[in-house]
Design a protein around this ligand. Structure first.
Ligand code: S6P
Ligand code: ZN
Length: 196
């Protein structure tokens, strides 16, 4: 019997294992959900372009492990997001974006592959981006809204760790958006003020 088999038999096997490079998570507690273009209606600027596309197109997929209940104080969650390349009109595929319901709860993002921009916005709506690529680590303050944009031609994969009592406020972003958008102009990403 190998050491791993022995560990497994004696209940010492880790409940989740990762495939870092591919964004794989396996194990009984892992959950997964995909976000389609249809579910992101109203988030992209060019609604006419979006209406021409298949609403079932996957924009991103999230896998996560919540070892404690959502809302429990002091716990940590772990997950990965795989954001596909693509555009709606000029606008690159991106996550919905949110701010944590509990504005004191921060988060780490760590990129393993792809090319992206992390859009951040503070409570005064001041917005900026951080470049994401293999090996970049991002500390997101609890009161900063965050969204990820894939500006490359391959899936953008990043891992995240956040508090079990962080919660999600999607409403603020759905209503007011971020202060900036990332559009493709002349074959390159351009950061423009969000006037919608
Ligand atoms: C959770 C963390 C990520 C996002 C994921 C999808 O705090 O920031 O796991 O949930 O990247 O983005 P969104 O904006 O749809 O939740
Ligand atoms: Zn978050």
């Amino acid at each position: 019997m190998t050491v791993m088999e022995q560990a497994s038999e004696s209940g010492l096997k880790a409940p989740v294992s990762l495939n870092w490079g591919e964004g794989g998570m396996s194990g009984e507690p892992v959950r997964e959900s995909a976000k389609t273009l249809g579910e992101l209606k109203g988030i992209f600027l060019d609604e006419a372009a979006g209406a021409q596309m298949d609403a079932g197109t996957e924009v991103y997929r999230v896998r996560w492990w919540k070892p404690v209940e959502q809302g429990e104080e002091g716990g940590l969650f772990w997950g990965v997001t795989i954001l596909q390349p693509g555009r709606v009109g000029e606008e690159y595929f991106m996550t919905h974006g949110h701010v944590h319901a509990n504005r004191t709860r921060a988060e780490y993002y760590a990129t393993v592959s792809g090319t992206g921009l992390l859009v951040r916005m503070d409570e005064q709506r001041k917005s900026w981006v951080e470049e994401m690529g293999p090996g970049t680590l991002h500390y997101i303050r609890g009161n900063h809204a965050h969204r990820v944009v894939n500006v490359g031609n391959e899936p953008l994969i990043f891992w995240a760790c956040w508090g079990s009592d962080a919660g999600y406020d999607y409403t603020t972003i759905r209503e007011f958006g971020f202060g900036i958008r990332v559009l493709e102009r002349g074959g390159r990403p351009a950061i423009v003020p969000n006037e919608s």
